[in-house]
Ligand binder design. Sequence first.
Ligand code: BDR
Ligand code: CA
Length: 310
Amino acid sequence: MAQKIILDCDPGHDDAVAIMMAAKHPEIELLGITTVRGNQTLEKVTRNALNVVQYLDIDVPVYKGMSVPMVIEPRPVEERVHGDSGLDGPQFDELTRTIESKHAIQFIIETLMASDGDIILVPTGPLTNIAMAMRIEPRIVPKIKQIVLMGGCYQLGNVTPSAEFNIWADGEAAHIVFSSGVKVTMMGLDITRKVLALPSVIERMSKHDNRAAKLFCDLMTFFNKGQKKTFGWEGGPLHDPTTVAYLIDPSVITVKSMHTDIEINSEQSYGRTNCDYFLLTDEPKNSDVAIDVDVEQFWDIVEECISLYE
Ligand code: BDR
Ligand code: CA
């Protein structure tokens, strides 16, 4: 049976690829897409989500969520990486798809409460919507089967030396999620930096003659320009799709159980995921942290997803 998921995202080039992968693969049943401020303003990321579902003719509802973090002031948007629209690169037709009238948090709460505890949440942006939903309706917590998120790192950060963007953008929300008791599987920079969308990958995917391949190549071509400027890499890390790839085939990513705490008190290290990699403490193992990825297998999964489109 397909795994039911809710994809909570801030598209975002890599979020868009995650949507493309989750929407068509038979192992996944995508119940809804919820948006959150992150890479860009809430208005822009929501528009981007709608553009992606319209472009790929994906029949999945889109719900708009939180426009600000729980406690801190909103972080600046990431134009360097994702451009002014938050999804620069592809050309989209005039937008006719619209958002649902329900707030994303209401959708998350109602869907979980009506479920048999069989839904996995897949956040690929800041954790504001998920944490807010947990605070508004704590009864959802035991209903969440698992949270498979992109965020954090046990090595080096990408917005500060210690923090990864999604966690840094709303540390308090991340703290609520990681200390909720729900099993959290964390796809951090430690592995996402291994799946680089190098020119050879773009060329490989371009051989498929469909809209998913075109979207992938247009997105990655733009994305790589920003990555080259900021980090000097020829191909940008395809962070967010690691979550969906893992759900399609868990053997692609190796995880290790450990305790993870979110740093919310320090100025320099705010948003750090303090992962007890060497099991130095007796703290409960609240997270399965990704420690390795089979890069070839990962690209095979991405390609398989692309090939599912007409
Ligand atoms: C995360 O930040 C965003 O730019 C990406 O979409 C990804 O979710 C990586 O740090
Ligand atoms: Ca993202």
